[in-house]
Design a protein around this ligand. Structure first.
Ligand code: UD1
Length: 429
């Protein structure tokens, strides 16, 4: 198992290219199941989760072609995937595959919409709470599917196709909204999705579906209307930049001090997080090239932040912000409202000298003068990168174990940070 070794204390200077968003690339790849024509996706990040979804789609009979390197291309360019689901030969997504990545459960929607049936294992995924799929199932039922649950599998059927309907989510769910969108795109009639997630990745998927011939309006608002069409066609779409990767590196710079251009980043995708960074004492400016983040000299101010669905502060940046606040001058409060068990990083940050107390869903972080390197263990994707941020400012060496969590969501992290002057290396084996 690979480990990452970090020797802290160096400011970051330079440029970091931002990759395509993992959380858009995954549903976009899944949307490829909706058509027998080829969907071409550009700017797809090179991540373990993307490779895993390629295997899952392959099991359904989807061919994915990755063209060779083009002249002038660099490692910083995302990959292009040609996804062809001309023939779906298997509508079952087995436990061994789905349990490795939660989002792969979402294949249920395009499979039942196009093939009239799907048998998909209940997911596993990050250890950050119970993360049920009841609302995804509710959405499919509202659109005319019959659902059976048997032996850990969800079996969805709609022999005569899905029907337009009204889906009212009692709570905002990203996966539920993706599911409803993909199912409604091929349903017979018009569907309305109320209390829809407004995340930028939903908008990106809706844009791509519209290029494929879907009739979706209102994506990015809490009411989405989908006029179903009998079939979708191929299209070409470029994945939007990763706002979580952007926010993570922005926090790393605020932590170490220095000056870094986050190339290709778009501020409107993470305004709430940028506002928090500015409050904490970082400088943030926007240019044609991307977002520039710096912090020189002055200390960090504590902040009070509550996670909530977009456009509020994202739960996927909560752990990183907590790492940053371990060095603030005063006490910060961070409240997690999306997932009930998303404080696994607290104990690991404490190993580096952080002072954090939990009161229910709120973490009280008492800023300390310095952190000290130690061996730590990653527990989930975002928690693991919070340990990297803390380690970059800690005195001495930190060894981050279980790096496979990082590889699921951060492309070439050690390379991107190393190019900005961090002392980061990967130890294989
Ligand atoms: C997606 C993101 C994840 C992010 C999360 C919240 C991807 C691949 N993953 O996950 O990185 O942290 O959004 O922004 O895009 N819920 C139910 N029943 C359901 C579905 C969800 O109760 O059927 C609950 C969840 O337990 C959670 C809340 O709804 O408390 C939000 O979850 P959801 O938005 O669905 O998260 P994901 O789509 O799994």
């Amino acid at each position: 198992m690979d480990r990452i070794r970090i020797v802290g204390g160096r400011p970051l200077h330079g440029a970091i290219p931002i990759s395509g968003a993992k959380n858009a690339a995954l549903p976009l790849m899944i949307a490829g199941l909706l058509t027998e024509e080829t969907l071409i996706l550009d700017n797809v990040p090179r991540l373990a989760d993307v490779a895993q979804l390629q295997r899952i789609l392959g099991n359904h009979g989807v061919d994915i072609l990755v063209p060779g390197k083009k002249k002038g291309a660099t490692v910083d360019d995302g990959q292009t995937l040609h996804i062809s689901a001309a023939k779906i030969i298997d509508t079952t997504a087995p436990y061994e595959l789905v349990s490795k990545m939660r989002a792969s459960f979402w294949v249920v929607a395009p499979l039942v919409a196009r093939m009239g049936e799907a048998k998909v294992s209940m997911p596993g995924g990050c250890a950050i709470g119970t993360r049920p799929v009841d609302l995804l199932i509710m959405a499919l039922e509202q659109l005319g599917a019959t659902i059976e649950i048997e032996g850990g599998y969800v079996i969805a059927r709609a022999k005569n196709g899905l029907k337009g309907g009204e889906v009212v989510f009692p709570k905002v769910t990203v996966g539920g909204t993706h599911t409803a969108l993909m199912a409604a795109a091929l349903a017979n009639g018009t569907s309305v999705i109320e209390n829809a997630a407004r995340e930028p990745e939903i908008v990106d998927v809706a844009d791509c579906l519209n290029k494929m011939g879907a009739k979706i309006t209102g994506a990015g608002t809490s009411r989405i209307v989908v006029e179903g069409v009998p079939r979708l066609k191929g299209a070409r779409h470029s994945v939007l930049p990763d706002r979580i990767e952007t926010g993570t590196y922005a926090m790393a710079v605020a932590m170490t001090g220095g000056d870094v251009m986050l190339q290709g980043a778009r501020p409107e995708l993470l305004q709430a997080a940028l506002d928090v960074l500015v409050k904490s004492g970082a400088q943030v400016s926007v240019t044609n090239e991307g977002i520039r983040v710096s912090r020189n000299g002055g200390g960090l101010a504590p902040v009070d932040v509550t996670t909530a669905p977009f456009p509020e502060f994202p739960t996927d940046l909560q752990a990183q912000l907590m790492a940053l606040m371990t060095r603030a001058r005063g006490t910060s409060h961070i409240t997690e409202t999306i997932f009930e068990n998303r404080f696994m990083h607290v104990q690991e940050l404490a190993r580096l000298g952080a002072q954090i107390r939990l009161e229910g869903q709120t973490a009280l972080i008492e800023g300390v003068e310095k952190l000290k390197g130690a061996p730590v263990m990653a527990t989930d994707l975002r928690a693991s990168v919070s340990l990297v941020i803390a380690a970059l400012a800690a005195e001495g060496e930190t060894m981050v174990n279980r790096v496979y969590h990082l590889d699921r969501g951060f492309e070439r992290l050690e390379d991107k940070l190393g190019r900005c002057g961090a002392d980061v290396s990967r130890i294989s084996g």
